[in-house]
Write a protein that binds this ligand. Sequence first.
Ligand SMILES: C[S@@+](CC[C@H](N)C(=O)[O-])C[C@H]1O[C@@H](n2cnc3c(N)ncnc32)[C@H](O)[C@@H]1O
Length: 307
Amino acid sequence: MHDTKHITVLLQEAVDALDVQPNEVIVDATLGSAGHSLLIAERLGKAGTLIALDADEKAIAQAREKFMKVAPNVRLWNANFRELGPLLEQIGYDTVDGILADLGWRQEQFGGDVEQGGGKGFSFRVDEPLHMTFGDPESYPFTAYDIANSWEPESIATILQNYAEERHAMRIARAIVAARENGTIATSGQLSSIIEESVPAAYRHSGIHPSTRTFQAMRIAVNDELGVLETFIEAALEKLAPNGRLAIITFHSLEDRIVKHAFRKAAADGKGEVVTKKPIIPSDEEVTKNPRARSAKLRVFLKAFND
Ligand SMILES: C[S@@+](CC[C@H](N)C(=O)[O-])C[C@H]1O[C@@H](n2cnc3c(N)ncnc32)[C@H](O)[C@@H]1O
C-alpha cells in the first residue's frame, strides 16, 4: 500500500534557498500540505507575511487549522498560480521578497479518499471519476474525461508522446477510442484497464505500470502544466523585489527544462542571476525515506538589486 500522507520534498533546502528574513513577504504558490509554508511562517516571525495559494480548495481548508497556532500574517488563497500576477495586484502587493513553487501533486490527491482530498482520478491504482484537474473541474476547458471520451486518436497519441514519451502512444490511443463503443470511460480504473489490455505483454512487466505514462500525460495536458509554469515564472520574476528569490522544485524533465531555460534567459536579460548552476537534489537519505523525492530538482533565481 502506498503512503497516503504527503511528505514535503527538499524542505530545508527550498526554504533555505529563499533566505527568509523576519518581516518579509513570501509567496508559497503551491501550499499543498503546508510543509514548506509552515517552516517559512516560522522564519518570518510575527512581522512577516505569508501568502499561500493552491488550486485545490481542500489544501486551503486543511491548512487553515495548521496556521491557527503560528504567528505571522497568513493569507491563504484558493487560486491557480497562473493568476499570480493579477492576484498580487488585487491584494495590494506590487512586489514580494520570495516565491516558492513545489510543482505537481501531493500524496493526498492520489489517495483515493475523497474526504482527504483524493478523488481526482490522478491515480490508476484507485477507481475514481476521471477528471484529473488540480482545482474545480468546472473551471478547466477540458478534463481527462473529455480526452478519453471525445478526442481524436491522433490528438491523444500526441500528448502521450509529447508529455510522457509513451512508446505505445498510438496503440493506447486507438484502444481508448475503440473502448468508447462499449460506453463512456468514466473512471480512472476503466481507463487503466483499457491501457493494460492494449499494450504488449512484455510492457506490462517492464518495471513501471503500463498506465503510468498515459496518466502523467493526461494530467499535464488537462492542467496545462507547462503553459501554466511559463506564465507563472514570468509573473514571479516581474513581482520579485530587488534581491528577491524565486525557488522552484520540479519532478520531471519537461518542467525542469522550462525552469532552467527561463532562468538562463532572465539572467541573460540582466534581470538577476541563477543561484543554482546545477539543480539542488535530495540527499540519498531523503530518497530512501521518500522515494517520490528521487526525481526532484530545485532551481533558484536571485533578482538583481537594481532591476
Ligand atoms: C507537491 S504539492 C506541494 C506540497 C507542499 N510544498 C508541502 O510541503 O506540503 C503541489 C501542490 O500544488 C498544487 N498545484 C498544482 N498545480 C497548481 C497550480 N497551477 N496552481 C495552484 N496550485 C497548484 C496542488 O494542488 C498541490 O497541492
